[in-house]
Design a protein around this ligand. Structure first.
Ligand code: C6P
Length: 409
């Protein structure tokens, strides 16, 4: 589909942003948890369900072939979005979490022996810790963790020292969901490649904010979730280099991933179908395709300029709140601000803000080891998208000043 003419007010594309919560206009600042959906994505999903619904790859009838075409086109769109060499390098999963588990089971585990190592960093989401830990425990391998600097960047010198001949895989977040840090992925991948170590990037928090080119990055695996990219939930992406996917055994067994089945033996289809057992989230994948069209029409430059303005404005305004500390001050960061207040626990902050119709996230953000590193049990987190406004940041700031007043600061 050709990118449509750009709406000068993209906020109006998101119907939910017109609603009220607790009698006040909604201020949605929880975009790192999930993003809102533009009308074109909602229309594409409901249009598919209303007019085109059929199962894929199974039918000789018209609707099934049409649905299969639409699903395949969505795959090709994702390939273009990541600049993958071929559409068969794109596997549809349930989300980032399932994509990482797939690599842990089908790629890492068969290649690891006792004493081998997987290298991650101290800023990882649980989705990029637990699958590796589970795989490592099964074969006696070790999880190594690159430490962080004070401003919330990976310590590159320490990272380089942790790469070694026992390292079987490096798995890093491209952008931190707590600190907002954009990691120097290209440089870190090049360091791993000097020792022929494969690299997976967790791009869940990167794709909504920055353009990603898997060939320029030279990564082996890249993962993201549709729901954080203005698309439907229940759909994720695993990009895998073709030759690596081809050498990996299936992750799950079932329909659609087989060539031939008998009671004695089964042969499997080539990737990506080998990794897509059972009926996938067809409408979700097609909705993701519509989200990618929407992002492309809006343009990365527009998104970047808008988010940079919001990040700077919010950093300055939050700096006016007494007792507020921002956690994560790397020079290269996306519009995600985690903070603590001296006066109140993050959960109290979240609850009080909610009473004013302001949605933020409070807690450990599925990054408990990072919380331990920061020396806090939890943080509050405001995470922005291009549709947020400076007026919403003013309301956030006023509400935080009110928290201070309520707690006597
Ligand atoms: N982070 C957040 O509020 P799933 O749940 O599979 O779509 O994505 C998991 C995931 C993996 N990596 C990173 C860096 C993430 O931020 C997330 C999801 C959300 O921060 C929900 S915990």
């Amino acid at each position: 589909m050709e990118p449509k003419a750009q709406n000068p007010d993209p906020r109006s594309d998101f119907p939910i942003l017109r609603r009220e919560v607790k009698g006040k206009p909604l201020v949605y600042l929880d975009n790192a948890a999930t993003t809102q959906k533009p009308q074109v994505v909602i229309d594409r999903v409901s249009g598919f369900l209303a007019n085109e619904n059929a199962n894929i790859h199974r039918g000789v009838h018209y609707l099934s072939m049409e649905a299969t075409d639409a699903y395949d086109r969505a795959r090709a769109k994702v390939a273009g979005f990541l600049n993958a060499a071929e559409a068969r390098e794109i596997v549809f999963t349930r989300g980032t979490t399932e994509a990482i588990n797939l690599v842990a089971r089908s790629f890492a585990l068969p290649r690891m022996a006792s004493g081998d190592e997987i290298l991650i960093s101290a800023m990882e989401h649980h989705a990029n810790i637990v699958p590796w830990q589970m795989a490592a425990k099964e074969c006696g391998a070790l999880l190594r963790v690159a430490p962080l600097t004070d401003c919330g960047q990976i310590d590159l010198e320490a990272y380089g020292e942790l790469l070694g001949e026992r390292t079987r895989l490096v798995a890093l977040t491209h952008v931190s969901n707590v600190l907002g840090t954009i990691n120097p992925a290209k440089e870190m991948i090049a360091m791993a490649k000097e020792l022929n170590i494969p690299v997976l990037l967790d791009g869940a928090q990167a794709v909504p904010h920055i353009s990603v080119d898997v060939r320029e990055l030279n990564c082996d695996f890249y993962t993201f979730s549709s729901h954080k990219l203005f698309g439907p939930d229940g759909v994720g992406i695993l990009y895998g280099r073709a030759e690596l996917l081809a050498a990996m055994p299936p992750y799950q067994g079932g329909g659609d991933m087989i060539e031939q089945v008998s009671f004695e033996n089964t042969t499997f289809r080539a990737p990506p179908e080998r990794f897509e057992a059972g009926t996938p989230n067809i409408s979700g994948a097609i909705g993701l395709g519509a989200a990618i069209d929407y992002i492309s029409a809006l343009g990365r430059e527009t998104i970047h300029a808008r988010e940079e303005q919001l990040l700077n404005y919010a950093t300055n305004r939050l700096g006016e709140v007494p007792g507020l500390s921002i956690r994560g001050t790397a020079p290269e960061k996306v519009a995600v601000i985690s903070f603590t207040l001296e006066s109140a626990h993050p959960h109290d902050i979240g609850t009080i803000l909610d009473a004013s119709g302001i949605a933020i996230r409070a807690g450990h953000h599925c990054a408990q080891p990072l919380m331990q590193h920061l020396g806090v049990p939890a943080t509050a987190r405001a995470s922005f998208a291009f549709y947020n406004t400076t007026e919403e940041i003013d309301r956030l700031t006023e509400a935080l000043l009110e928290v201070n007043r309520m707690f006597g600061t």
